[in-house]
Design a protein around this ligand. Sequence first.
Ligand code: HEM
Length: 473
Amino acid sequence: TKPKKEKKLPPGPKGLPILGHLHMLGKNPHQDLHRIAKDHGPIMYMRFGFIPNIVVSSPEAAELFLKTHDLVFASRPPTEAAKYMTWDQSDVLFGAYGPYWRNMRKLCTLELLSTHKTNSFRPMRREEISLFVESLKEASGPVDLSAMVSSVSVNMSCRLVFGKKYDEKDIDERGFKALIKEGMRLVSAPNLADLFPFLGVLDLQGLRRKMKAYAKVFDGFFEKVIEDHVRAGDRPDQAKDIVDTMMSIMQSGDSEFQFDRRHVKAIMLDMLLGAMDSPSSTSEWILTELLRNPAVMKKLQKEMEQVVGLKRMVEESDLDQLEYLDMVLKETFRLHPVAPLLIPHYAREDSKVNGYDIPKDSRIIINTYAIGRDPNVWTDPEKFIPERFSGSEVDVWGHHFQLLPFGAGRRGCPGIQLGLIHVRLIVAQLVHCFDWQLPNDMSPMDLDMHEEFGVSLTRANHLMAIPTFRLQM
Ligand code: HEM
């Protein structure tokens, strides 16, 4: 018999027995992996515990994994978090690739996040955004912008998914925001049971217990929401919310696949996470950069004065004319991608990429944070210069692998359109309606920029600033 050919794995740093490269990651793995890739190249092999990982850090390499060989890497790893927190991977975000997931994803894009559906919520957004501006107008002194932005995001998401605002405490005494944050922490915490499967039964970190308790809270709340919808019946006067839409699919029995309450709940969680968290973290980073770069803030205000004037607020129909806002958005996504490592993809079979053997069951980590700061791709990568996108064809829709805030390919974000509307609406109002000042005469360059890594990358500390209303209405 012929000797088995040696596998040619991608290069990577030297690892330790058992731990592999786990000891090389700290609190901010996107930054650690960025640094390590500078020595080992854009396609690296690293082992975390028993789990093989491929770390991808250049646009060309990202294109190989998310386009050329997309189908091989279109799954998600079977983690404990996915098992216990998403009704056994019944959702779209963590679901394994297969016929069930394809159908659920189709349902999301065609029914729940379609342009038609998104537009039907315009009046709701208008109402919530006005309330948001009103509450800021009443403020005297510094406001907690992080909390305000998160709150309008929670309200819009609740009305989109559930059709009404629930009270923070309806879910649990901790409230939505704290629970979502806790969920993100549980999903992104390094779980020894995933990394060292033989430790699984022990639950040494107590994570499994916490995940089960967490899932129970959401399960109970979502059951209540479903009951509320069953009781309310048809409400022709109101745009059909996402739960309505899913309930009618469930009741019609028309779906080509099994679709029961469990599936409705799993999708509810995805929609809630997608709509609540990423748009608010993105808006928070944009505001941070604008406060740090007053000239950019001024220029953006000028654009809005020209397009909208000072006598009324920005409307959703104005957004497409705000070209500089679009550039500011891209530049913020480049430096502060909310999902700096996307969500791990998972190799469904052995494959060969760029001459390297990629083993089945590897996790694929796309470091968009590193790509956004790659000096081979961007001049002065550390500087915030929205003008770099002037006349550039690079967009955020997953066609250009140097800028991947929403990922790309089969697993790319299905909520881009909605996400972009929420972010642009929130930022446009904040910039157009108010002038902003940092508290205690702080100089813009002293603004704290620390990041906190989780499923989404947020500011470590809340952003505080003082608004002054500037419209003439
Ligand atoms: C600024 C806003 C948003 C950003 C930056 C964002 C970013 C992302 C990213 C990076 C991924 C992972 C892509 C990958 O693994 O390749 C993702 C997936 C996903 N997003 Fe978003 N997202 C946003 C808004 C939304 C909204 C509003 C929704 C729905 C209401 C949503 C629903 C989802 C879902 C369901 C997935 C999983 C897709 C899959 O695994 O097939 N997202 N998003």
